[in-house]
Write a protein of this length. Structure first.
Length: 54
């Protein structure tokens, strides 16, 4: 079932290779900016910046 309310699942994309690697929950009611996290990319095989997909 889909989540109902303020929290939604967002996809994180590697800023180097553009691979979609992670799905995270985000509160869309309180935040207007996009997520920007340092996560491990299996394709690049190192930690890179992952940004929220549009």
């Amino acid at each position: 079932m889909a989540k109902v309310g303020n929290r939604q699942y967002k996809t994180l994309v590697c800023s180097v290779c553009k691979e979609e690697n992670y799905r995270v929950e985000k509160n869309v009611k309180n935040t207007t900016d996009r997520l920007n996290l340092s996560k491990y990319c299996p394709k690049c095989r190192k930690h890179t910046e992952h940004v929220e997909k549009k």
